[in-house]
Design a protein around this ligand. Structure first.
Ligand SMILES: *Cc1c(COP(=O)(O)O)cnc(C)c1O
Length: 371
């Protein structure tokens, strides 16, 4: 099949104008491939960027979540509060440590963890940790949720895999909880040329446990001191790429916001629920609209060479792997999963391509309008 006129991702745009070949060649020539100088330098630069004390590079974002849970001492049987509309990554990590997800509904406006619903959950029974996912690039209710967690004495884990660089009240996504987890999957706002992730924290003892856990539980080479260790390291090739791209992350996020702003203006009069215009706490990871006519709109776009996607079609509690288990009552989550549609929005999407998307979306509603 020919590639669509407007694809869903631009590898060229994702390079942020950096010559990645030079980065890679430098690592090849250095002869050091895993947990070396690039990883160390990237960890320091990224911790400084987010404004926390420590960053620990790991193999991917899901491992980052699992290692954060493990380092906080979360284990078998413990409940972890999370949302069910964010792609199942948190649920996967919770299962990895033997804990049990306790699904909490999201707020209608933000589609992120509802502070009111979380308050009720925390009253209902013991919770070992809370995971707040900043979804589609928009920061969740970090301040209210951090306060609830503090009152309840429960650690807050931020899932920042879609929110690199989002900032509210001078504070970055990743600087609100006890621990923050990032993914550097290629399509994320800060992406590598493969898998990568990081766990960030201000807590020095926690950072040390994370460093041990990502490498077999080693206190030092060949001495396994911590139970639950795994092999989840960031490699030098990925770290060199991330280090070179980091100084250009804010500019790339501005590019995403400009596209989202253009769409917002172009779709304002349509019978289509659009995200709010992005402020600095929204890095426009995905441009997600809502319509009960999702399948029709998606087919209309595909026929015009415009890629789109659904983030995410099946909520965690409805996944086949949970068949037979009682489903929690999550009406806002379920309604959203049935209606959300993501339109192309990424660095490297040209103004002409954005206008193609605008024209096609407007065309869909125009043709459907009764005369
Ligand atoms: C991508 C993503 C993850 C998982 O990251 P991987 O590197 O793919 O394991 C976790 N949470 C959210 C919200 C994500 O978007």
């Amino acid at each position: 099949m020919p590639s669509p006129a407007v694809p869903f991702f631009s590898p060229r745009g994702a390079a942020f104008g950096v010559d990645l070949g030079v980065c890679l060649q430098g690592v090849v020539d250095s002869g050091w491939y895993v947990l070396g100088p690039n990883v160390r330098e990237f960890e320091q630069a990224f911790a400084r960027y987010v404004g926390v004390g420590h960053a620990v590079g790991v193999a991917n974002g899901t491992d980052a979540l699992a290692l954060a849970l493990r380092a906080l001492g979360i284990g078998p049987g413990q409940r972890v509060a999370t949302v069910a509309n964010a792609g199942c990554y948190a649920s996967t990590a919770i299962a990895q440590v033997g804990a049990v997800p306790c699904f909490v509904d999201v707020d209608e406006g933000s589609l992120t963890l509802s502070p009111d619903r979380l308050r009720a959950t925390l009253r209902d029974g013991p919770v070992g940790a809370v995971i707040l996912t900043h979804l589609y690039g928009r920061m969740g209710e970090a301040s209210a949720i951090a306060a609830l967690c503090r009152q309840a004495g429960v650690p807050l884990i931020e899932d920042c895999a879609q929110a690199h660089g989002a900032v509210r009240a001078g504070r970055q996504a990743g600087a609100w909880g006890a621990v923050a987890c990032f993914s550097f999957y290629p399509t994320k706002n800060l992406g590598a040329l493969g898998d990568g992730g990081a766990v960030l924290t201000d807590d020095t003892a926690l950072a040390e446990r994370l460093r041990a856990l990502r490498q077999y539980g080693w206190a030092r080479k060949y001495e396994v001191a911590l139970a639950g260790g795994v092999n989840s390291r960031l490699d030098e090739l990925q770290a060199a790429v991330l280090l070179a791209k980091l100084p250009r992350l804010d500019a790339a996020n501005a590019e995403r916001r400009a596209i989202a702003t253009r769409y917002g203006a172009a779709f304002a009069d349509l019978p289509l629920a659009c995200p709010p215009l992005p402020g600095e706490d929204d890095v426009a990871h995905l441009y997600v609209v809502r319509t009960p006519r999702r399948a029709e709109l998606q087919a209309h776009l595909a026929a015009r060479g415009i890629a789109s996607d659904v983030h995410y079609p099946v909520p965690d509690h409805r996944q086949p792997v949970r068949a037979g288990q009682a489903a929690p009552d999550l009406p806002v989550t379920e309604a959203a999963c049935a209606e959300v549609l993501s339109l192309p929005c990424y660095p490297g999407l040209t103004p002409a391509q954005a206008e193609q998307v605008v024209g096609a979306v407007r065309g869909f509603f125009d043709q459907a309008r009764p005369c």
